[in-house]
Design a protein around this ligand. Structure first.
Ligand code: CU
Length: 386
């Protein structure tokens, strides 16, 4: 009903506006120029507007670089990241250079050659030489960019098996991540969504001996300088594993395994100590400090101070809590990594532990609920935050 009333009111307003404009037209002096054809004055004001517009977009561009330049990512923390950044920098630099010149010329010419009663447009059919020049230059430039891009792409995407990369599975589900280390044998056990039951949250095949030493964790640890090969699997919908600091992203597709490999080069500690990150953390904490003053005044709990950590994000809108789908990544020395991995339970032992009490208490169903509960309460917590 309200919608209906609003529509009627809007329609009446439109009619009123139209009637007022008619009255306004009738009240104009009879000798005023009411022609629909543009005269010199119209052309002049449009020419000036064209020039003003290009100046406006240039000013906005410079302002954005000035104001938001600090939101750029820091130096890449992976081996291939440098190549990726160079390709990006060259492509964007070239596009911007051409864009600034051609856009400027387009608007300037619209101003300079604006219509005048006394002038007649020149009929100029074609010029082979000019057309050749403006065709061949983009062809060579674009071909160069594409070939360079293809080489970089294959360099990044080709996984050198000779380097013996450490195999880790990244498992996505609504709305969290799990990582599965392939253990001593560096081979992941087979897995299928049909095996998901109880503590076997990732559906690892219990009958596959390769899976026994796999280790499933909620936090991704990586040894610095060691190549890693990620195998991605999704439980439900399309996700995208996005590692911004390592310049890596791969779709995570239900029903298939996708992969991506990289070598982390900067540890979490080193990144925290970098000038970029020190400044960034300081500015985030300044904002939080200000916010905390308000929160204290309102008698609400305050925000913790921020500390940088690498993270893995989901970069496909996969549902309600997509925005909160992230996993912490810690890049550390090989010794620290080995010590941490040593502490993690293997898949085999997890299954054994879960089976042991189940046999006596006969409660496999309850086990299933226990593993699902944290997910559910997480989802609820996330909704509460919204
Ligand atoms: Cu997702």
């Amino acid at each position: 009903m309200t919608v209906f009333l609003v529509i009627i009111v809007l329609a009446l307003l439109a009619v009123t506006g139209w009637q007022i404009s008619k009255i306004f037209q009738l009240s104009q002096r009879s000798d005023a120029d009411t022609s629909q054809i543009a005269n010199d004055k119209d052309n002049k004001s449009n020419g000036i507007l064209m020039l003003a517009f290009v100046i406006f977009i240039y000013v906005i561009t410079v302002y954005c670089f000035w104001e938001y330049g600090r939101f750029y990512l820091p130096e890449a923390a992976s081996e291939h990241g440098g190549e990726y950044d160079t390709l990006m920098f060259i492509s964007i630099g070239l596009i911007m250079f051409v864009q600034i010149i051609t856009q400027g010329l387009l608007h300037y010419f619209a101003f300079k050659y604006k219509g005048k009663k006394t002038q007649k447009a020149l009929f100029y059919a074609d010029n082979d030489k000019l057309e050749f020049i403006w065709t061949i230059i983009p062809v060579i430039t674009l071909a160069g960019l594409i070939i360079y891009g293809l080489f970089t792409w294959s360099d990044i995407m080709n996984i050198n098996e000779e380097e013996d990369p450490m195999v880790i599975e990244i498992y996505a589900y609504q709305f969290d991540w799990r990582a599965r280390y392939s253990g001593e044998d560096n081979t992941l056990g087979k897995a299928n969504v049909r095996f998901i039951e109880g503590v076997n949250q990732l559906g690892v095949d219990e009958s596959d001996s390769y899976g026994e030493d796999d280790k499933i964790v909620t936090e991704l640890h990586l040894p610095v300088g060691k190549p890693v090969l990620f195998k991605f699997r999704s439980q439900d919908v399309l996700h995208s594993a996005y590692f911004p600091f390592f310049r890596a992203q791969m779709n995570v597709v239900p029903g298939m395994i996708t992969q991506f490999g990289f070598t982390p080069t900067i540890t979490t500690e080193e990144m925290r100590a970098s000038e970029y990150m020190v400044d960034k953390v300081e500015s985030v904490n300044d904002v939080r400090k200000e916010r905390n003053e308000d929160l204290i005044a309102q008698g609400e709990p305050t925000l913790d101070s921020y500390e940088f950590d690498y993270f893995l994000l989901c970069n496909k809108i996969c549902g309600q809590a997509h925005y909160n789908m992230q996993m912490k990544i810690i890049v550390e020395s090989e010794e620290d990594f080995n010590a941490w991995l040593e502490e993690q339970p293997t898949f085999g032992s997890t299954i054994e532990d879960s089976n042991a009490p189940a046999e006596t208490e006969e409660a496999p169903a309850e086990d299933g609920n226990e593993t699902e509960e944290p997910q559910e309460s997480e989802a609820v917590a996330v909704l509460d935050k919204e």
